[in-house]
Write a protein that binds this ligand. Sequence first.
Ligand code: DOR
Ligand code: ZN
Length: 468
Amino acid sequence: MTRTDAGPEKAPVADLVVRSTRVHTGRQEIRAQIAIKDGRILAVHDLGEQVVANRELDLGDQLVIPGLVDTHCHFRDPGFTYKEDIASATRAAASGGVTTVFDMPNTEPPITTPDRLREHLDHLDRNSVVDYGHNASAVNPSLIGELAAAGAAAFKLWMSYDVERTYPHSPATAVTDRAVLYQAFEQVAATGLPLYVHPTDHELYNLMSSRAKASWGVAPASYARSFRLGDSVAFNAAVATLLEFQRSVGTRLHVLHLSSVEGIRMVREAKVAGRSVTGEANPFAMFVTNDWERIEKRGPFVLGQWVPPADNLAMWEAIVDGTVDVIGSDHAPHTEEEKLPGWQDMFAAPSGSPMIADYLRLMLTAVYDGRLTLDRAIELCCVNPARLVGLAGRKGTIEVGADADLVVVDVDHIAPIDGSTSLYKCGWSPADGLVTRGKVQRTFLRGVEIYREGQVLVDDGFGQPVIG
Ligand code: DOR
Ligand code: ZN
């Protein structure tokens, strides 16, 4: 204890203490009192201890978990704000227990230069309800160092672009040339930041999609099958390339969209060998497009990719055994009007769907169904994504010194997901109709309650940068 002339200094008085018999810290579930001061966790006490605080919140036996960290979301802003914008997406995030977000660069203009990144970070600052960072595009290897200096949290690349539609995979954010891709690996390695890659071999996917069209036409079922032709060769060949570049260069590689038996096997092997590789799975592939009947029934509103049973099984094994490190929402909204023409021609309609408000509900339901433990779900949604972007101990955890980002869950809530009542601009969800157990009741960011039962309680722009 430090002393002053006035005598021994008193322990600081907390601004707020939050009590519950069920606090999951990110490591384990405990009975605890979380003392918060100046937005940070000052102490975590046992329930019986005397704690002095200006305000008290007694939550009884309600479950409290760390705020989720979403390293993979598409906010459509700038450029496509009729689909979503930073404010609407981050309000939806708060409603889903997500307190830190990192958006992707497939905006218009795309975030490919340091000036655009600086401008985009300002734009996030003015509009984001939750804390934020940005994953800049790595399409220009010569700008990667400057982008890191300008505050990129990570880098993102697509290996393929759309040929029949201009969005969401435009040539401006894709690298199909292997030499450029290799140079991007080198430049990102020099920054020490992770490189997130959407693995699809461009030429192989074009071959497979033309075969799918020749066999089954252009309806949603054909589109769904196109990704899986040749036992997912377009995906797996891309993963093999990425892993070889990683082995050669040493870059921190984060493989997105893990969803095939063979792709998962390769990533698992690289991780076992101690390589700097992490894997990501996305909720739509875990819970939505794993059901062929649902694809037939909801077509464009759930596509994306079809995940056949063997691949879905491999995903769940990977989620449980640690091959998958991170769950990213891949929140990627499009309007109903844009999706509807997909019934006639899915190859020309946009893929992607909203998710940021729904995925904690889906994950908690999987926990109640016995598919994974609560420990693992929190590791995947909170602890590991924070670690990926260098925020271990500050975000995604309830421990002394961390930001007081807390989510209060109503574990008895059982109801179907209904996108029409969500905070999404588009008003629908690919998970519509799925019955879930467990829902966010209240969300706290840096000790401030930002969401409670359907209402966002802070202004747009409340979020702060977490990088730099
Ligand atoms: O299907 C997708 N849609 N994949 C992506 O990588 C992006 C997303 C979008 O932005 O709509
Ligand atoms: Zn994505």
